[in-house]
Write a protein that binds this ligand. Structure first.
Ligand code: T46
Length: 141
């Protein structure tokens, strides 16, 4: 089974109000894991791309709080491109998926909710190494 099969679009509660909208995320309810870490990406210069790696254990949910960006996901065989531009939606990325982010609009703020603490050893940042990893761990029977 491809790890891409476990990519999900999540819909968070949205409380609409004349004063503005409010969304919220509760661990193990709106994201399918206990939250150990949150980080955010902002002030991305025009034309910059981020990501270019996969995780061994970390599961994460990407939420575009403002602006828009294109999320490219691959298992080494198939590519999915998802445009993130709604603050009440998230994309769940499981381990074993190579992600990269492109076409950030000016002022984009990307919030990322993670199942694991930061650990550089959890990253696979070399694409040929990633291809070997997914073949061994997901595609070989
Ligand atoms: C991902 C995409 C969506 C930390 O010290 N702590 C942290 O929690 C994170 C996320 C990063 N860092 C350090 C590690 C690097 O020295 O910040 C520096 C930049 O990290 P990186 O180049 O991995 O940033 P992105 O935007 O390429 O990737 C990040 C996440 O690392 C990654 O998990 O999936 O956002």
């Amino acid at each position: 089974m491809s790890p891409l099969d476990n990519v999900r679009i999540l819909e968070f509660p949205k409380v609409c109000d004349p004063r503005g909208n409010l969304s919220f995320i509760e661990e193990a309810i709106h994201v399918p894991f206990a939250i150990k870490r949150v980080f955010y990406i902002y002030d991305v210069p025009g034309g910059a791309s981020r990501g270019g790696h996969a995780h061994r254990r970390n599961r994460q949910v990407l939420i575009c709080l403002n602006g828009s960006m294109d999320l490219h996901l691959t298992d080494g065989h198939t590519e999915k491109v998802i445009t993130l531009n709604r603050a009440h939606n998230g994309v769940l990325i499981p381990p074993g998926v190579w992600d990269s982010m492109h076409n950030f609009s000016s002022g984009t703020v990307l919030l990322v909710v993670c199942s694991e603490y930061y650990d550089e050893d959890d990253y696979i940042r070399d694409y040929p190494r990633f291809l070997e990893y997914v073949e061994q761990n997901y595609f070989s029977s």
